[in-house]
Ligand binder design. Structure first.
Ligand code: NDP
Ligand code: 8X3
Length: 249
């Protein structure tokens, strides 16, 4: 039987790239997200290797119900990719938007925790599993106007480190991937659909792609069982950290 990966935020960017890479690597994938049309499209593409599961990671009850109601042959999840997340706004902290803050905290921190809480107990029981959390270079140090988004990713780092400690007595492995600039829908969402502003983020630099991050996830998963890739910081070549990016005209 093929191993099973569950990927949150599978409808775009890094999550969608992970769907492709994991299926290519011989996994069956539970693709979760809110965009039904996109999930159906992935199902058409991958057939029996993909199970679409529609829910918002912020809705704890629905998330719990969705995992509890998985068909018997999809229950034994081997890999959890906690990817669903977003940035909203790029403003000074003293001018930030309360709703944007709540959405980032509810998705990036609480949603990731919910998925961990519902999926990891089965892994511990089976003494088998791998959790890959998508953090960010933004979690290493705050950058100008990044405030709350950076804080959510710093929290993901702490939460990931904590989980690694709490499962250290098991065969489970826990990996934090910290990407830098990845060209996805991320900046369109951050700037509330302002495409010009979003495009500027990637101007003058060759950014990473979702597939670059998916490849890193596969590397961690395919490492021998005694090897735990604890953390990877993955940057574009002309990016040195969250705030140092050398752009060419
Ligand atoms: P995208 O916007 O392309 O993808 C984000 C995915 O998360 C979408 O599938 C989106 O679904 C999903 N999502 C957002 N909110 C929810 C929710 N409440 N419930 C379920 N799904 C949700 O961006 P990326 O692929 O770039 O982002 C993926 C992760 O990577 C995020 O955690 C982000 O913080 C992180 N990251 C991104 C970087 C970048 O430069 N792009 C760099 C470092 C980290 P929907 O379409 O329904 O909104
Ligand atoms: C996404 C990367 O630098 O835009 O986490 O915050 S950055």
């Amino acid at each position: 039987m093929k191993p099973i990966a569950i990927i949150t935020g599978a409808t775009s960017g890094i999550g969608e790239a992970c769907v492709h890479r994991f299926i290519e690597a011989g996994f069956r994938v539970i693709a979760t997200g809110r965009n039904v049309e996109k999930l159906n499209h992935l199902h058409d593409r991958f057939g029996a290797d993909l199970l679409p599961l529609v829910f918002d990671v912020r809705d704890r009850e629905v998330a719990e119900g969705a995992i509890a109601s998985l068909p018997a042959d999809w229950k034994e999840i081997d890999v959890l990719v906690n990817n669903a997340g977003l940035a909203l706004g790029l403003d000074p902290e003293y001018q930030g938007d309360y709703t944007d803050w709540d959405t980032m905290i509810d998705t990036n921190i609480k949603g990731l925790l919910t998925m961990t809480r519902v999926v990891v107990p089965g892994m511990v029981e089976r003494n088998r599993g791998h959790i890959i959390n998508i953090g960010s270079v933004a979690g290493d140090a705050a950058y100008a106007n990044g405030n709350v988004y950076c804080a959510t990713k710093a929290a993901v780092k702490s939460i990931t480190d904590g989980l690694r400690i709490d499962v250290a007595h098991t065969e489970l492995r826990v990996t934090l991937l910290k990407p830098g600039l990845v060209e996805t829908n991320f900046s369109n969402i951050r700037f509330h659909g302002d495409e010009q502003r979003a495009d500027n983020v990637y101007k003058g630099i060759t950014p990473l792609t979702g597939d670059d991050i998916a490849a890193a996830a596969i590397y961690a998963v395919q490492a021998p069982g005694h090897v735990q890739i604890a953390e990877m910081l993955i940057l574009a070549t002309h990016q040195a950290n969250g705030s140092t990016i050398v752009r060419k005209n």
